[in-house]
Design a protein around this ligand. Structure first.
Ligand code: UT7
Length: 335
């Protein structure tokens, strides 16, 4: 597609809480081991936000850092889009809280969910506001405090998740580049294999639901694993087909950071060698909507992602939801 305005990633930032939960810490809580967690998931540690922090607190810091690297003020933002499954509260939206914190007085703000894929859905929304000329700058945030909805009595899930926030600024430019295309998909028929059953209008929080621990994540891990690989592979191939980009031209695969084995299987199927696949899940676990922007930020700050490189982002999560996004990197290396 020929665009008169392209949506460039002009700024990026992230924030993770200081508290580290190690595999050994979890082995004190449930029947698990460092060996099991490392070999089945690749995760060695994850971060946990202290009780006084909410999603907007981490997201505001990530957003400020993204504005700094973009070199713009918050009042230049036309929109703030927040992907999260762990908002501060039912309403106001976390986006509105962040708008207040940043004093982004000229922006409209909203949240979207779509679980671990949320960031790519938000990136797609933000890019379209920019490409249509509706906004010059959009702040796109992925934030999740997954430890708030994790059952620390369930070994199937408690070893997997962590807290964090990542943000990008998308800005309009007449040059070609930036976000080149996005492929999104959902299949609600598989909703039950990965869900938080209670806390919404279907099953409000009651003492009974609480005692059955329905306010926490419930997951059929092996089913999710299979569908994750299949959906992300298919989305990647469809996106490359639409954009006319070949797999061998991809410089970096930056996938959702859920499980090392999922990422390695995906890399093999797409024939992208391991040295071009970025992984940081060993330090943070699965931060849901935050995982891709935090990974992008870390890879850029480490000097791995360089201008003009082609970045393929792939996500998968509850819903089921999935997405692929292709971007030409434009931020200069950090000095
Ligand atoms: O971000 C959204 C998407 N989420 C994901 O992508 C997660 C996808 N799924 C996964 O990453 C993997 O399925 C898991 C890491 C969750 C599980 O790995 P698995 O190889 O699929 O294991 P499994 O669920 O088939 O369980 C194998 C065994 C079971 O024991 P039995 O029934 O064979 O005796 C589990 O009870 O491993 C057991 N197990 C554990 N053992 C020690 C499950 N969790 C643990 C644990 N420690 N933490």
């Amino acid at each position: 597609m020929n665009k008169t305005i392209s949506a460039f990633i002009s700024g990026i930032g992230s924030e993770v809480p200081a508290t580290v939960i190690t595999n050994e810490d979890l082995a004190q809580l449930v029947d698990t081991s460092d060996e099991w967690i490392r070999s089945r998931t690749g995760i060695q540690a994850r971060r946990q936000a202290s009780p006084e922090l909410a999603a907007s607190d981490l997201a505001t810091i990530a957003g400020q850092r993204a504005l700094e690297t973009a070199g713009i003020n918050a009042d230049e933002l036309g929109a703030i889009i927040v992907a999260t499954s762990t908002p501060d509260m039912v309403f106001p939206s976390t986006g509105c809280v962040i708008q207040k914190n940043l004093q982004a007085t000229n922006a409209f703000a909203y949240d979207l969910s779509d679980a671990c894929s949320g960031f790519l859905f938000a990136l797609s929304n933000g890019s379209q506001y920019v490409e249509s000329g509706m906004c010059q700058h959009v702040l796109v945030i992925g934030v999740d405090l997954m430890t708030r909805i994790t059952d620390f009595q369930d070994r199937n899930t408690c070893v997997l998740f962590g807290d964090g926030a990542g943000a990008v600024v998308i800005s309009g430019s007449k040059e070609t580049g930036g976000v080149l295309g996005t492929q999104l998909g959902t299949d609600g028929r598989f909703g039950e294999i990965l869900q938080v059953p209670a806390g919404g209008s279907r099953m409000p929080l009651t003492e009974e639901n609480f005692s059955e621990r329905k306010q926490f994540i419930h997951m059929n891990g092996s089913e999710v694993f299979k569908l994750a690989v299949r959906s992300m592979e298919q989305a990647a191939l469809q996106l490359l087909d639409h954009t006319g980009v070949s797999l061998k031209d991809i410089d970096w695969l930056v996938p959702h950071q859920a499980n090392k084995r999922i990422i390695e299987t995906l890399g093999k199927r797409l024939q992208i060698p391991g040295e071009r696949v970025f992984m940081n899940l060993q330090h943070y676990g699965n931060m849901s909507a935050a995982s891709i922007p935090v990974a992008l930020d870390e890879a850029w700050r480490k000097g791995l992602i360089l201008p003009d490189q082609l970045i393929l982002m792939l996500a998968f999560g509850g819903g089921l939801t999935w997405g692929a996004s292709l971007a030409k990197w434009s931020l200069p290396p950090q000095s």
